[in-house]
Ligand binder design. Structure first.
Ligand code: EPZ
Length: 419
């Protein structure tokens, strides 16, 4: 089982180029099921979850050709595809559920394993299923599989999501592209990755128009055209690296990004005292000796991203006073706390609130990754800790960060992968 070994305290200085977005790649890859035409994607991150999604598509009959060193690939589907998504792949990557919408839209039937929970929460799919029902889908859940069909194809409908859900918004956005007539989706998630999915679908010939802050209109079409599309930058990797820059008076230039998408994170980092200089496609961030405390709560975009909560917790351990973080999206997303405590952090969790006492001098320790973003927070703490830290179960990290240790080594981190 691979581990990461990190020697701190690392002084980070230099440039980090951000990879393509995992959370834009996954829905865009699922959306390719809508089309029989050749699709070329560039700036695709080489991370485990993307590999799993590609395997899922190939298991249904997609022909995927990877051009490894350029993070590019081409996808070609044909008329008769399998419409089953098996448990073995779905259980390792919950986002696989977003193949349900395109399969139903294109083939009128699908047998998709329910994704199963993960360490941060139960990950239900009720919002996806209830919304698809409004479009004429009938389904039954038997032995952990969703057996769904839409005999006369999907019918455009007016649907209001009861709760903001990234995955459900993506599933319905994709499905509506091939539905008969017009669909209006309201109370949508508006993460930048969803806007990237919209741009991709429209470049294929879909007719999607955002008509309100959280409202979108889709007019169903019958066919799509060949397309070449560049995936947006990874907003959460960029946020993770910005937080790294704010710790220990580091000085990082984060490149290949769109700073305006990170407005919330930039404002928070400025509030805690970091020096932030924005340029067209890069941000320079310098950490300050004095880090101020701040109270935060996670919320759907454009609020503070739940995917950066664990990373921010590490920065606030270094603040001069107490901070409180409220996790309002997932029910169990403070997994990194017990591991950070092993590194001398002083954090107390009560329900969905974590109180971070601040003034922490991190000490190297043996710790264990529990989920993707918690593992990133352990790397940040290890870089700021005196001595050696060993992080086990780093397969969690590999799900969503491309070449993380290579990028950090380049700016001065003493970090390596060991068995
Ligand atoms: C997406 O997950 C992201 N994953 C997550 O990133 C991210 O944390 C999350 O959105 C919130 O921003 C991808 O984009 C691949 P949701 P998703 O549906 O779509 C509840 C990472 O680290 N809910 O917006 O699963 C759900 O339980 C990952 O990259 C229902 O109740 O998130 C949660 O409490 C982790 N019923 C809340 O809504 C449903 O049918 C938000 O979930 C669906 C969701």
């Amino acid at each position: 089982m691979k581990k990461l070994e990190v020697f701190g305290v690392s002084k980070l200085k230099g440039q980090i180029k951000i990879s393509g977005s995992k959370n834009a790649s996954l829905p865009i890859l699922a959306a390719t099921l809508l089309s029989e035409k050749k699709i070329s994607l560039t700036n695709v991150p080489q991370v485990k979850d993307v590999e799993t999604m590609i395997k899922l598509l190939e298991s249904m009959g997609s022909k995927v050709k990877k051009i490894r060193n350029e993070n590019s690939l081409t996808i070609q589907n044909n008329k008769n595809m399998k419409t089953k998504a098996g448990y073995n792949l779905m259980s390792t990557m919950r986002a696989g559920i977003i193949v349900l919408g395109p399969l139903l839209a294109r083939f009128g039937k699908a047998k998709v394993s329910t994704p199963g929970g993960c360490s941060i929460g139960v990950r239900p799919i009720d919002i996806h299923l209830e919304a698809l029902k409004c479009m004429g889908v009938q389904y039954k859940i038997i032995d952990g599989y969703v057996h769904a069909n839409a005999k006369s194809g999907l019918i455009g409908a007016k649907i209001r999501f009861p709760k903001i859900s990234v995955g459900a918004t993506e599933n319905l956005l994709i499905a509506s592209c091939l539905a008969k007539g017009q669909t209006i989706l309201s109370n949508c998630a508006i993460e930048p990755e969803i806007k990237d999915l919209t741009k991709f679908l429209n470049s294929m010939g879909a007719k999607i128009t955002w008509i309100g802050k959280r409202q979108v209109k889709i007019v169903g079409v019958k066919k799509f055209k060949e397309v070449k599309y560049k995936i947006m930058f990874d907003r959460i990797e960029a946020g993770t690296m910005l937080i790294a820059g704010a710790i220990n008076q580091n000085n990082l230039k984060i490149k290949a990004i769109e700073p305006n998408i990170l407005k919330t994170e930039i404002n928070i980092l400025k509030k805690v005292g970091a020096k932030v200089i924005k340029k067209k496609n890069e941000i320079n961030i310098q950490g300050r000796v004095k880090i101020k405390n701040i109270n935060l709560k996670t919320s759907p975009f454009p609020g503070f991203a739940t995917d950066l909560q664990a990373q921010m917790m590490v920065l606030l351990c270094k603040a001069n006073k107490k901070s409180v973080i409220k996790e309002d999206i997932f029910e169990n997303r403070f997994q990194s706390v017990s591991e950070l405590r092993r590194m001398n952090a002083n954090i107390n969790v009560k329900g969905n609130k974590a109180t971070i006492e601040g003034n922490t001098i991190f000490k190297g320790a043996q710790v264990m990754a529990t989920d993707l973003r918690a593992s990133a927070s352990l790397v940040l703490a290890a870089l700021s800790a005196k001595g050696k830290t060993t992080i086990s179960r780093i397969y969690h990290l590999d799900r969503g960060y491309e070449d993380l240790e290579k990028k950090l080594k380049k700016v001065g981190a003493k970090i390596r992968r060991i068995n």
